[in-house]
Design a protein around this ligand. Structure first.
Ligand SMILES: Cc1cc2nc3c(=O)[nH]c(=O)nc-3n(C[C@H](O)[C@H](O)[C@H](O)COP(=O)(O)OP(=O)(O)OC[C@H]3O[C@@H](n4cnc5c(N)ncnc54)[C@H](O)[C@@H]3O)c2cc1C
Length: 380
């Protein structure tokens, strides 16, 4: 059986970013790289957004960016100018096409379509069992969520960012295309953290996503009835649904990195690269794949790649509170958006904030609930 140097499992956001970075870096020119996925052309299955200061690497792929966002909550709604930041959007088809076009010129990178069933470490290599073949590799980068241990353990709460979105088109001008609705909590909370997320692409086109940060998924009709109601409350009645999108992204501080081994590193959502407190993954995957490529130049033990930071603790306490008091989400986010400058909030969520910014954020959230969470987690 032929052995490949690097085997990337999953050609989604993180797997393709990693392959792209390897393709761009001459260090990897003499390594054989195999990308494996059950599907190569997934089209527009995702709409990725992230905030960024100034220009960035993925700018050629943007289909829209906003310099202003709206945050809505009872008595605390406001439009926020992003200043030097902007909120950027990429549709996945453009991303997949761009990366595949770039990679196809590299002789050392190939693709195979297969479904992964099992991954196993051997002494000096890794064996991957696909449905149609078995593969051997020196190093494996896995973005396929094969291991579901995180969802059955009890130590770390597991919430989900779950949503259904409608891309709609209206006949008349209906949207403020300059402002993305980041979170609108002006909807019934029903004991959960529920908000509407709206991305207007033009005056007549927008994506409306009914989103929850909670433990259990809803029936499909519940998301869709809520979108319908929201539109009707905004007097938007003459529209056509052009496309739909849905997702369920795990929000947990489960230490995915503890499952990394000498020759296997889990990446993307499967590797814990999803920000536990928000569900955002795209920008973090971009950062992490950069770090991983640099790491590979000087290190061979992949189990030492990930490091824990103070942000794990912040996220853990936030999720402890939200899992226990899911109805508090609207209040917590309102306080954050009310009391903290948007740049500090972005830097905090990007895990790049300074101590002063951390303290501002810590003092803006309901102190009793967070103190109780600290006691419960560490002292009881
Ligand atoms: C609809 C949606 C919208 C999102 N929007 C945002 C956003 O705005 N901002 C943000 O930061 N994050 C967002 N996310 C979260 C996150 O960025 C995406 O889920 C992202 O695609 C995660 O990248 P990944 O590489 O971990 O997984 P994926 O992109 O899902 O890639 C995994 C790959 O593995 C393949 N695969 C799965 N099982 C097997 C198998 N057994 N064998 C072979 N191949 C397999 C799949 O085909 C897929 O290509 C969104 C997620 C969804 C679902």
């Amino acid at each position: 059986m032929k052995q490949t140097d690097y085997l990337i499992l999953g050609a989604g956001a993180s797997g393709l970013m990693l392959a792209y970075r390897m393709a761009k870096n001459p260090f990897f020119d003499h390594k054989s790289i195999l990308i494996l996925d059950q599907e190569q052309n997934k089209g527009n299955d995702r709409t990725w957004c992230f905030w960024e200061k100034g220009t960035g690497e993925w700018d050629p792929l943007l289909s829209k960016e906003w310099s202003q966002i709206y945050f809505g909550a009872l008595g605390k709604s406001k439009k926020i100018s992003l200043g030097s930041f902007s909120y950027k959007m990429i549709r996945s088809e453009a991303f997949y096409k761009y990366i595949w076009n770039f990679i196809q010129h590299k002789k050392n990178i190939s693709f195979v379509r297969d479904e992964v069933i099992h991954i196993k470490s051997l002494e000096e290599q890794v064996q991957v069992n696909g449905k149609s073949k078995t593969y051997l590799a020196s190093k494996v980068f896995n973005s396929i969520p094969l291991n579901q241990t995180y969802s059955s353990q009890k130590k770390y709460p597991v919430l989900k960012q779950h949503f259904i979105g409608w891309f709609i088109k209206t006949k008349q001008d209906a949207f403020d295309e300059e402002t993305a609705t980041f979170m609108d909590f002006n909807i019934e909370q029903k004991g959960n953290t529920r908000f509407m997320y709206v991305l207007p692409f033009s005056k007549k086109e927008a994506l409306f996503e009914y989103t929850l940060f909670s433990e259990n998924l809803l029936a499909k009709e519940s998301y869709e009835e809520a979108i319908e109601k929201y539109l009707s409350d905004k007097n938007i009645t003459d529209y056509r649904i052009v496309e739909k999108e849905q997702g369920s992204i795990p929000m947990t501080c489960y230490p995915f990195a503890s499952e990394n081994e000498k020759n296997i590193v889990h990446i993307g959502t499967a590797g814990g690269w999803t920000k536990a407190s928000t569900g955002y993954t795209f920008a973090n995957s971009s950062k992490k794949t950069k770090e991983l490529v640099n790491f590979l130049k000087n290190n061979s033990d992949l189990s030492t790649f990930e490091k824990r930071s103070k942000y794990n603790l912040y996220d853990l306490l936030f999720l402890d509170v939200l899992a226990q008091h899911n109805e508090l989400g609207s209040n917590i986010f309102s306080n954050l958006f009310q009391k903290v400058h948007i740049h500090s909030l972005f830097r905090f969520l990007n895990e790049e904030s300074n101590l002063m910014e951390d303290l501002k954020i810590i003092f803006s959230v309901p102190s009793i609930k967070f103190t109780q969470a600290i006691f419960k987690r560490f002292l009881l």
